[in-house]
Design a binder for this molecule. Sequence first.
Ligand SMILES: Cc1cc2nc3c(=O)[nH]c(=O)nc-3n(C[C@H](O)[C@H](O)[C@H](O)COP(=O)(O)OP(=O)(O)OC[C@H]3O[C@@H](n4cnc5c(N)ncnc54)[C@H](O)[C@@H]3O)c2cc1C
Length: 800
Amino acid sequence: MTMTTMMMRMAASSSSSSSLTFARRRLLHCSVQNPLTTSASSLQRRSFSQNKKDNPHNGGFRNGTNNFKGLAYSSAAAAITATGVLLTQASQEHTVDAEIAKLQQSNGGGIELKKIPSRSEQIQSLISTSEFDVLVIGGGATGAGAALDAASRGLSTALIERGDFGNETSSRSTKLIWAGIRYIATAVSSLLRFKNLTRPFDAMKDFKSEFEMVLGAHKERRILLENNPHLTNWVPIAVPVAEWISWPPPFGHPIFATAPLLLPAVFKFYDGMGGFTCPPSHIMGKQRAERKFPQLASEDAHYYSCFYEGQHNDARTATYIALTAAEEGASVANYVEMIDVIKDEKTGKAVGVQAEDKLSGNKFEIRAKAIVFAGGPFTDGLRKIEDPSCKPAVAAAAGTHIVLPGYYCPRGLGMLDINTSDGRFLFFLPWQGKTIVGTTDRKGPAVSTPGPPEEEISWLLKECQKYLGDDLPVRRSDVLSAWQGFRPLASDPHAPPGAPVSRNHIISVNPDTGITFITGGKWTTYREMAEDVIDRVIEANGFEDKAGDCVTDKLRLRGGVGYDRNVPIKLVQLFGCSEDTAEHLARTYGVHAFEVCKMAKATTKTWPRYGNLLIEGYPYLESEIEYACKNEMALTLTDMLTTRTRLAFLDSTAARAAAPKIADLMAASLGWSGSEKKNQLNQALELISEFGGPIPQEQLRSVTNIESLFKAFDLDGSGYIEYDELKQCVDYWGCPFRSEEEARAAFNEMDIFKDNRISLLEFKKWWDSPKNKSRLKLDLSEKYKLSPDKIGKGQGAAFG
Ligand SMILES: Cc1cc2nc3c(=O)[nH]c(=O)nc-3n(C[C@H](O)[C@H](O)[C@H](O)COP(=O)(O)OP(=O)(O)OC[C@H]3O[C@@H](n4cnc5c(N)ncnc54)[C@H](O)[C@@H]3O)c2cc1C
């Protein structure tokens, strides 16, 4: 029997086998019979004990050939490995299908893996539907929520978004699902203002409305967390108390000077407002805080008062709200922009919109009885299309976040400064393995670009330093990414004079066109906002007969039906993926994580056995790209790097490094041509360059000579370029090394004194050397329009 026939037979038999183990047993059995494979078998036996040590989840078998030294057997081992991969993949699918079927039948309905029509089917539906009941413009949290609310009540619904779902404000929040402890404090502070003594009833009314808003936020926080354990989690947040009397007082009122003493009681009251549905607030002593967060400058703190808020991956939640609307029957499309409003010539009422498919350039009409604008901070832009003379309704305010390495926020504990140098709240939160710090507050018109001003990054770094010991400086080079978003602060332009200004969201109808807009509010309250706006639409359009009651308070978002906390463990057991990856997949796709894993390829490693990473250090899998393109309307490389994975938000250097690989995978899934792929790559790299990173934009622009280039590479200002700095800078400057070997060779070439670091003298010598025709020098010169010939001989002469 030839080896090939044997392999084919094995493949045939494995398709009928019901378990992964069975396929492996066959593989081993076969290898013992063939002299060529005896070594492969002994290789596997040899590595068995080693693997058992490496990997507690693994029975000890391996697909890889890592330890295989003998040249004579290498081809046989490779063949075995390849066959093993095929077999385990085939058997894997079988096992997984059986497992998924079992889960689907279990506990009252089991898991639901609903398919969504493709984007082209969605566009076709937008074009061919003669008239929708409701058309929503804007696919952030608010618009996607409105579409979901309308569709789940049985109204025929359409949703269009000009970019990817949630790509604007809804992906740039602090990621908290928070009930608004600050609003309570602000409300108390304004109630107790001296001037309110003359208007006690109005003051009480304002306080009541603020209090009700916070109660509403508590309710929404509970609903979002209870219904969607796959997308949300609780995060503990500690407030350090360093002085018993705080002066100047937080929230600008003397009563809050005693806040340090009152915090534990305030947090208990806050827990109570949420019906004690969150983990209980508590006090943490200095020693415990030091154990949990050793980096803290804790010698000054008397104690820490801890409370809990919800947390999520905001862009992901927005995408899943939009896709859940599609599951409920709405026609939903990203990259479709509203470019005009169609009005009835006689009545002037809006009857639809002119839309443009931003990918194909096709223009088409979408007709609807009711139109809702949900453009967040861009709502006035939409309203101006409808009525160029409209009064503004949104006053946007920018907020910046920086992202630092995870070790600044260890063991899942966040921190909150309730009294920063400018009197704001500043969060220090663990998120996706990193630390988010934010935010600032600066009034100004909303723009789409994510890049924040350098002075805001510096301010945030300065505020962080207060909490860390002097021996742990937070450096500019620690900033992995930085981005800004615009809060949609709203006022109602159609309100009668003297009407109270809402501090929450506003819903307003243009009496001339009948178009409703909704803006303001918070991420946390998106569902309540959606319910309110659709209630209003139903009432205004007489949809009462066809629309049912709102059901979104009971609805689980996509991937949530059948999800339980053991999904990550089941993923590890079934697929042999790493725990980090399993956790990430479960918390991103819910029960659809099984489908993502099913697409994952074998790694040929001991562990993890399945799931090749997009980039080292992050749990994202290659198979997620194919899954998102085929099942979740992912269309551009920029989306994949920003909203689908969060790489650009977490680490702009890593995003840049992963971009070419993701472009290849997307090209394969979406059938991009070579020029399309190049185009996508250029666009994505341009957007990523707007995110902040370890090197300030100013510094990049200020490189004019060899000294300033050296300084830009010397991230920690030590006077030397270390290996990691060289790699990080070269990535960041857009000329990444193609391999570890290339990076090492370049470093060794520069490290003339062989002391594992590069001084300015060595750097100059390397650059000036006539023999130096390296790709790095040429790339840097070309990218920054620097002429290598004009580098003076050790003179630090100007580039280009
Ligand atoms: C710095 C910052 C931190 C925040 N932190 C929190 C927090 O921790 N917790 C919390 O609850 N809230 C937070 N918020 C508030 C929250 O992020 C916003 O309230 C929420 O994301 C607004 O969602 P939205 O859908 O109204 O707006 P957006 O997300 O901006 O959505 C509007 C959408 O309309 C689309 N659009 C515009 N014009 C058109 C057109 N012509 N055609 C089609 N589509 C169009 C845009 O592309 C955009 O995607 C924060 C906000 C900021 C700025």
